[in-house]
Design a binder for this molecule. Structure first.
Ligand code: PLP
Length: 366
């Protein structure tokens, strides 16, 4: 980083620019986007969009999109707030509920942006180690005395779901705001949306970047009771979903449900196939409820680089708590997943059996 600017806020000395180290690679399974592409009605809407959409301002708070999202989620439109990606919704929520100096607690490991958004809002982020099965340590989260707790369900990068009982206990015993990031909820076959009726401090944050295939549009949203949603909307401000994004996202949500659901099912099928292929290689992927698999592989950074040299990008996560080095492999069309399986197989074979079976060597054998 360059030397801090003298007039910057003090907290910004520690704010890094986000760099997931993506390199253009023929087969890119590194960012969990929808590798089947854009849903058909969204694609048609984008192609046929009148230029007038671009010369005038978009709607203030994306009212039409909120109605469509509400209908899809089974809530009322005043329970929805949109944003420029769910990143923006999370950032706005932190700003809305955290006075500078307050604390955000999160279960660690999780989404790398959470401590960064905290810093950006002059909040103190406290990572609370997850339990060995990757479920959140609810007592330790409460003990931080934080204003807000962030949980990711299913969790990025582990793919594990937050157990219902843990979330219910947190909502019962923790007095602050509970942010649950549901970026991958479509792939989990379940949701915590029914809890909204009973819990006014719960915000479920979602995105069109994953199952809906619209990451480049930057559209995210959150669901909550009207009072909490209204505060996030104030913090977010007007015009945050641009006109092109709103029109295309509206088509995806209102008209492409069948396509989206079908491709979510395919992703779930291919996830099971990928997990089996990894197990056949002697690896032990974590149980995943998302559109990716997190698999412990020693020396993951070097293995990831060697896979990239073979034309396949996956995301290495070195030294994850309780897991160690692992690779996160996105699920898409099977031809692409097969390429990742083949590349990983070849790289592990090259590196020799001792290294790739180090975490699961059978006792008594060298
Ligand atoms: C991908 C992802 C998001 C999506 O962010 P957008 O800003 O909506 O693209 C949010 N949270 C998690 C955990 C993610 O992995």
């Amino acid at each position: 980083m360059t030397a801090p600017f003298a007039l910057a806020r003090a907290a910004y000395a520690d704010v890094p620019l986000y760099d997931p180290k993506r390199v253009p690679t023929p087969t890119d399974l590194s960012d969990n986007t929808n590798l089947w592409g854009l849903p058909p009605q969204a694609e048609r809407t984008l192609r046929e969009l009148p230029w007038q959409k671009v010369t005038r301002y978009p709607s203030l708070y994306a009212a039409e999109l909120k109605r469509a999202l509400a209908a899809r989620a089974g809530v009322t439109p005043d329970m929805v707030v949109t944003g420029c990606g769910s990143d923006d919704v999370l950032d706005s929520a932190m700003r809305a509920f955290g006075d500078p100096g307050m604390t955000v607690a999160y279960s660690d490991p999780t989404f790398a942006m959470v401590p960064i958004f905290s810093l950006m809002n002059a909040l103190t982020a406290i990572g609370v180690p997850a339990r060995p099965d990757q479920s959140p340590d609810v007592d330790a989260l409460i003990a931080t005395g934080a204003r807000m707790v962030y949980l990711c369900a299913p969790n990025n990068p582990t793919g594990t779901m937050v157990p219902r009982a843990d979330l219910e206990r947190l909502l019962r015993d923790f007095p602050g705001i509970v942010l649950v990031d549901e970026a991958y909820i479509e792939f989990a076959g379940t949701s915590h949306v029914d809890l909204l009726a009973r819990h006014e401090r719960l915000l479920l944050v979602r995105t069109l970047s994953k199952a809906y295939g619209c990451a480049g549009l930057r559209v995210g949203y959150a669901l909550g009771q009207p009072a909490i949603v209204a505060e996030v909307e104030k913090s977010r401000g007007p015009y945050k979903v641009n006109a092109v994004a709103e029109a295309v996202a509206l088509a995806a949500v209102a008209q492409d449900a069948v396509w989206v659901d079908a491709h979510v099912s395919l992703a779930v099928e291919n996830r099971a196939r990928l997990e089996q292929a990894l197990r056949d290689m002697g690896l032990a992927p974590l149980p995943s409820s998302a559109n990716f698999s997190c698999v412990p592989v020693p020396d993951c950074v070097a293995v990831g680089q060697a896979m990239r040299a073979r034309g396949v990008a996956v995301r290495p996560f070195p030294a994850l708590p309780h897991v160690g080095d692992c690779l996160r492999i996105s699920v898409g069309p099977w031809e692409q997943v097969q390429k990742a399986v083949d590349a990983l197989h070849a790289v592990l074979a090259e590196r020799g059996p001792l290294q790739h079976t180090a975490t699961m060597r059978i006792p008594g054998r060298a």
